[in-house]
Design a protein around this ligand. Structure first.
Ligand code: ADP
Length: 486
């Protein structure tokens, strides 16, 4: 009984958490930034109010102090007299003291005649070596929508401090202005944060939907449907990822198709000699045969076994050719290899009555693995003899065309029909199955040649005329600048 857990095929849990995590951190970061901006704006706004209040209060104090400094006698009645002329001050409370801090005038009359030793007044009257004319003092506090400001300046007469002007102001109107500004900034911050949260949710949802598409496509591919394609839309990194993913599945599909075709072709090809062997052994076992016939049958079994042997050897060679790397390549001339193959095949050619011609003057170095070159030349020359006619010829020519080294293998044999030309490089393809079988052909030789040629950055072409002959042309990039001909 197969049990499939929900988490195996449902949305990926870790991924969902990551999505929330990213969205949350985005929201937190923007919240902190907005909070800092909010605090900064409020502080700046308060500072501006502070500066404007400070200059206006100190100015008022100095105005009063300058007027009072003109008095010849500083007492309660002279001060009250001059203050009554300064109606335009518009402040909450005005206090004038003498140089000891005793109140000569108090607009609220609370402290008249008493000593008023507030820190602001003491500081304004504080005469030291560095401050021989006292200090201008300003104190400011904002709370509950009220701007509480206090200022004190010394009254200086003929260079010495004779008293102090002290003012207080509770500015509710400006306090309300600050409050409303801060409220507005706070509202804007809140509004922006809500927008950020909504956008975060929308973006992370869109992002997760697109990632989900890839994840579900991966699951479909995992189940074996290589034809599936993911359509990401958009024009960003995820689109590129989707395209890469599609390329990958396409390549997987191609290699899977090749693999299954190879397996079915190989098993079909191996089945034929195995079936012949089975048939021959059954015949020997079931019929009364004379020794001569038995010997003939056993000989046939040997031939089939030999064919199986050759086929598996070629299959191995093909697999090796596909998996080999470039590490062992070297720059070599092709002529020595062609001569060596010709030497190997001379006897076969003589037996088949095929004349071998080598035209190797145009030899050009190429970058290749020597074993690969040997295999290419051997397979092509062997075919040129195998599919030739008695009295025919096989010519191998080396030349240089522009930047390429060209190997041409031309025979005067039976040729290949036009409709078969595009198939001869396919695995197990044989034009004339009966004849090829007879000559021991497996249909793998040219497939091996093409694989090796392509792996060495080369190209192979075939042209043929039936009953006149076939020409295989292999082209490699020339490497003649790198090698010494001697
Ligand atoms: P095989 O082992 O059967 O020769 P190849 O892959 O080498 O397999 O060749 C595939 C088929 O192409 C052969 O069966 C044969 O029919 C055809 N062929 C290859 N070379 C030649 C040639 N020089 N002349 C005519 N036919 C050829």
């Amino acid at each position: 009984m197969a049990i499939i857990s929900a988490s195996e095929h449902g949305p990926h849990r870790g991924y969902s958490r990551a999505q929330v995590k990213y969205a949350a951190s985005y929201v937190v970061i923007t919240f902190v930034v907005l909070l800092i901006l909010n605090i900064y704006c409020s502080q700046t706004c308060q500072k501006l109010f502070y500066q404007s209040k400070q200059s206006s209060m100190i100015e008022k104090c100095q105005l009063a102090s300058d007027e009072i400094a003109t008095l010849e006698v500083l007492n309660s009645s002279t001060v009250t007299g001059i203050v009554s002329q300064m109606e335009s001050l518009k402040i909450t409370r005005l206090v004038i003291t003498d140089h000891r801090g005793m109140v000569l005038y108090d607009s609220s009359s609370e402290a008249l005649g008493k000593y008023m030793l507030l820190p602001e007044i003491l500081q304004a009257l504080d005469v030291t070596e560095t401050t021989p004319k006292g200090n201008n003092v300003f104190y400011w506090k904002y709370y509950d929508g009220i701007m509480d400001s206090r200022a004190a300046t010394p009254i200086v007469c003929y260079g010495s401090v004779v008293g102090c002007v002290y003012m207080t102001e509770y500015d509710v109107a400006q306090g309300a202005l600050i409050q409303s500004l801060q409220d507005t900034i706070l509202r804007i911050t809140f509004f922006l944060e809500v927008i950020v949260i909504l956008f975060s949710i929308a973006f992370s949802n869109a992002f997760s939907r697109r990632l989900d598409k890839i994840m579900s496509s991966m699951r479909i591919i995992q189940e074996g449907d290589y034809s599936h394609k993911v359509n990401m839309g958009g024009n960003d990194e995820l689109t590129i990822l989707g395209n890469e993913f599609n390329d990958l599945t396409e390549r997987l599909q191609t290699s899977e198709q090749k693999r299954s075709r190879f397996v079915s072709d190989a098993s079909h090809e191996l089945k034929t000699p195995l079936a012949s062997i089975k048939l021959l052994t059954d015949s020997i076992l079931q019929n009364d045969m004379d020794m001569e016939t038995i010997r003939e049958f056993v000989g046939n079994i040997g031939d089939e076994a030999e064919r199986l042997n050759r086929m598996t050897a070629k299959l191995l060679s093909l697999t090796r050719a596909e998996g080999r790397t470039d590490a062992d390549c070297e720059i070599i001339y092709m002529a020595p290899t062609v001569r060596q193959v010709a030497k190997m095949l001379r006897q076969t050619a003589e037996k088949a009555d095929v004349a071998l011609n080598l035209e190797l003057e145009g030899d050009t170095p190429v970058l290749i693995l020597e074993d690969d070159l040997y295999q290419i030349v051997f397979n092509l020359m062997e075919n040129g003899i195998k599919y030739n006619i008695a009295g025919g010829s096989l010519t191998v020519k080396l030349s240089r065309v522009e930047d390429n080294a060209v190997l041409e293998v031309r025979d005067t044999g039976m040729g290949i029909p036009e409709e078969a030309l595009s198939h001869v490089f396919e695995r197990f393809y044989r034009v004339d199955k009966a004849r090829s079988r007879q000559t021991g052909g497996s249909g793998l030789g040219l497939a091996i040649v093409r694989t090796i040629v392509q792996r060495n950055r080369g190209e192979i072409q075939v042209s043929s005329v039936v009953d006149q002959g076939t020409t295989f042309t292999v082209t490699f990039p020339a490497f003649d600048t790198e090698v010494d001909r001697s």
